[in-house]
Design a protein around this ligand. Structure first.
Ligand SMILES: O=C1O[C@H](COP(=O)(O)O)[C@@H](O)[C@H](O)[C@H]1O
Length: 249
């Protein structure tokens, strides 16, 4: 039976500090056990504070940057110079500073079509996993939209019908065309952590947590179509880092 472990904090800053501390512990343990740690980072603005924290002296020196491989859970199909691009935000806050000592793999969005970008990114993701001798990411750091979407997997999207591909183009999501890791792929993540902050998320978080409790005995496949995307993943344990404003309802 799947279980949700919910860590609540007063402020978004405290949430980010808790995630950063767990991130240090998990990546170091994973590297000690397997020689590497493959992390898939959420899109959106919520991870901004985490990126900034990881780029402080305190955290920079606690992380084994050369053995952490950063992938993106999802990306908006806009050039990497566009402030709406998820990699752009992470680069401005973290990767431009960490530079050569880290391995990071942004989604290729600077040309071609969204379908080509998804195909190319899937190959890259598989190449990283092969090199690290893993069949899924060690950690998926996810967020939650006001509408209950996670990654770029939206309720009623065709993307939810995917059964085999790891990375897919999403052309029926919101605002942009997008590239996203699929549920079949995210279902193989060893650890799943959600970070959810702000009052605008309260209604979606409340619904998602209720659905997760109602469907706790169901597989992720059986949940599709019945629950919001944030309630689909059914790893044995899913960890939530939330602030008071998001947990309010
Ligand atoms: O579009 C997206 O939205 C969610 C939430 O974004 P945020 O800006 O509220 O943090 C995000 O988790 C997802 O990865 C992203 O593509």
């Amino acid at each position: 039976m799947a279980q949700d472990l919910i860590h609540s904090f007063e402020t978004p800053q405290e949430v980010a500090e808790a995630v950063a501390n767990s991130f240090v512990q998990l990546t170091n343990q994973c590297i000690a056990d397997t020689g590497s740690c493959v992390v898939a980072i959420s899109g959106g603005t919520t991870p901004n504070t985490l990126f900034e924290l990881l780029n402080t002296d305190e955290y920079r020196k606690q992380l084994d940057w050369e053995r952490i491989y950063f992938l993106w859970v999802d990306e908006r199909f806009v050039p990497q110079t566009n402030p709406d691009n998820n990699f752009y935000r992470a680069k401005e806050r973290l990767f431009a500073y960490i530079g050569g000592s880290s391995h990071f793999y942004p989604v290729p969005t600077n040309g071609g079509t969204v379908e080509e970008a998804a195909e190319a990114y899937e190959k890259e993701v598989m190449m990283v996993l092969r090199a690290c001798e893993k069949d899924g990411v060690d950690l998926a750091l996810l967020g939650l939209g006001d509408d209950g979407h996670t990654a770029s997997l939206f309720a009623r999207s065709r993307a939810l019908e995917e059964t085999s591909r790891a990375v897919i183009p999403v052309t029926d999501g919101k605002v942009w065309q997008r590239v996203s890791m699929s549920f079949p792929f995210l279902a193989k993540a060893k650890q799943v952590w959600f970070t959810v902050v702000g009052e605008s998320k309260a209604a979606a978080l409340g619904r998602v947590l209720r659905q997760r409790a109602d469907y706790a005995d169901d597989t992720w496949q059986d949940r599709i179509g019945h629950v919001l995307p944030g309630a689909v993943l059914s790893q044995e344990e899913v960890v939530w880092y939330v602030d008071t404003a998001a947990k309010h309802k």
